[in-house]
Write a protein that binds this ligand. Structure first.
Ligand code: MSP
Length: 525
């Protein structure tokens, strides 16, 4: 049994509506998932929701709902959002599901049995908003706490702590020896720098029920629920366990009920370790420090890569609901189509740095790169084939074969390294090559000279075949557009196999379908 390529996203807090940042991350993961499938791998793509914790409890109370009813309503909205983005996730985890909760509890038992936890009285400051304990180091020079921590209260309470210090050197060595573990490289250096310059404080993994009831009960102490991050990170293995991943089940123990039944259920999957966790820069420490130590304590291997993206701003400012400075991805998709949205976020912003959304920037790329660039190239090529040859593909000609093959290999190599922005640029270069070919060969002139009929055949073949290959290259990014190009080419199959980028598969005599604009130009508002 070969292990599927296992890719995850952060699971979003369910206390609000999805925004651009959430959408961006999910689209990154979806493009990587679709790419790997196109390259011939089986893929398991997981996304979902983080439903426990103070923020959700407070939001539910504010709406006079039970936390579960509140989560159920919003979960339906978030799942609809995943469909709107055309995500190809194989499962959708909600941390309130029994299959997840039982794994969290089994993990807590295991880590406790291995002696990693201790109980201690804590007294100090606590941020209600971030659900985290603050220390003197967190004070600003004037003695106050940063407003970003929200309401800060003074606390004295008993809790369970996870001893992290003894794993610090191991983690530093691991990160140093595995250069691809955290990407991009500057994020890796950031984690190494942090680990080298500070002593890891132990992690409080419990919250007293008296203060926070909306959480997974700690199995060995009914007075406590699980700290939301210990709960949330476990989703990456609880879903493999639910799909019968034997190594996870063996490591975690106590999960007999999650093994598939003998009859009728799908064969168990071997998913762990994840190939990629796609996350934002703000949650790097949880994924690159706490999560590896949790896995080590459970005796499980570490994920192969943590891929860290930056944050979007709008018009140069942090997006904020209170000022109305937000990008609503659903509104953008309704107006421009999902492919235009997927295209813009990945073309505009490389995975790593922060980005800035402007409506003008979005329109400019739509017009120049989708309507004029991709859309025009396909439309001109197929319209000429229709007009001059009644839509019948002429004899094969290989004039653009070498240039196309070079572009295909470049795109493949970039996609294998998840360099999505650069891959889009490489596909665009191929389109520019095609445009130049039209200019150089001037098929509209050839069409006027009967003696040039053979030459025109050759040009039209090269253009149509390039259109087919462009569709396959774009497919992970623009699945709907790729399907439209295939339909316009009159091809029955799907543009979802990278191996079919080999030149010369369009057959002479094949009749294409109807050309139509892929990205209509819109009037300036
Ligand atoms: N629930 C935790 C993650 C647990 S993962 C085991 C969480 N949720 S979140 O809803 O606040 O954020 C989810 C993801 O969205 C994070 O990766 C975060 O970085 C990303 N983004 C949230 N706002 C963003 C932008 N403005 N821009 C880009 N991504 C952003 O953290």
């Amino acid at each position: 049994m070969s292990k599927p390529f296992y890719i995850t996203t952060a699971i979003d807090y369910v206390n609000g509506k999805p925004h651009l940042g959430h959408a961006y991350e999910k689209v990154i993961a979806d493009v990587i998932a679709r790419t790997r499938r196109s390259l011939g791998r089986e893929v398991f793509f997981l996304t979902g929701l983080d439903e426990h914790g103070q923020k959700v409890q407070q939001a539910a109370i504010a709406e006079k709902k039970s936390p579960q009813a509140y989560c159920d309503e919003l979960a339906a909205e978030w799942q609809a959002f995943a469909r709107k983005l055309e995500l190809t996730n194989n499962d959708f985890v909600r941390t309130t599901q029994a299959r997840h909760k039982q794994t969290v509890q089994a993990c807590l038992e295991r880590v406790r049995a291995a002696g990693h936890f201790y109980r201690q009285t804590y007294s100090g400051f606590y941020s209600l908003k971030e659900e985290t304990f603050l220390t003197e180091k967190d004070r600003l020079p004037d003695g106050s706490f940063d407003p970003a921590w929200g309401e800060v209260i003074e606390l004295k309470e008993d809790n369970y702590f996870f001893r992290l210090g003894e794993h610090q050197q191991w983690l530093m060595d691991y990160i140093a020896q595995n250069p691809d573990f955290i990407a991009p490289e500057y994020r890796r250096n950031e984690v190494l720098g942090f680990l080298k310059s500070s002593v890891l404080e132990d992690l409080c993994i419990s919250r007293p029920v008296s203060r926070l009831s909306w959480g997974i009960p700690i199995p060995f102490d009914a007075e406590y629920v699980t700290y939301v991050w210990f709960d949330a990170l476990v989703n990456y293995i609880s879903i493999p366990a639910a799909h019968g991943d034997a190594a996870v089940i063996a490591a975690v123990g106590g999960l007999a009920s999650s093994l598939p039944d003998a009859g009728g259920t799908p064969a168990p999957l071997q998913l762990w370790p994840a190939d990629v966790h796609v996350i934002g820069k703000d949650i790097l420490k949880f994924h690159a420090v706490y999560w590896p130590i949790m896995l080590k304590a459970l005796g499980l291997p570490l994920p192969r890569q943590i891929l860290v993206h930056g944050w979007w701003q709008k018009d140069g400012q942090r997006m904020s609901k209170s000022t109305g400075n937000v990008v609503d991805p659903i509104a953008v998709i309704n107006e421009w189509g999902v492919d235009a949205f997927r295209y813009y976020v990945l073309r505009e912003l490389d995975i790593g740095p922060d980005g800035n959304w402007t409506d003008a920037g979005f329109r400019a790329r739509y017009s120049a790169e989708l309507a004029r660039g991709l859309g025009n190239f396909i439309n001109r090529s197929l319209t000429m084939l229709k007009r001059y040859r009644n839509g019948i593909v002429p004899q094969r000609s290989d004039e653009l074969a070498a240039d196309t093959a070079r572009a295909v290999e470049e795109v493949r190599s970039l996609l294998e390294r998840s360099h999505l922005q650069a891959a889009l640029q490489a596909i665009q270069s191929l389109i520019s090559r095609g445009d130049k070919y039209i200019e150089q060969t001037a098929p509209f002139k050839l069409a006027k000279e009967p003696a040039q009929a053979g030459r025109l055949d050759a040009v039209l073949y090269n253009l149509a075949e390039t259109c087919r290959i462009v569709a396959i290259l774009f497919q992970p990014f623009l699945p709907g557009t790729a399907a439209k190009i295939y339909a316009q080419l009159g091809l029955a199959g799907k543009a979802d196999k990278f191996s079919e980028t080999a030149w010369g598969q369009l057959q002479a005599g094949h009749k294409i379908g109807e050309p139509a604009a892929l990205f209509p130009l819109k009037e300036e508002k």
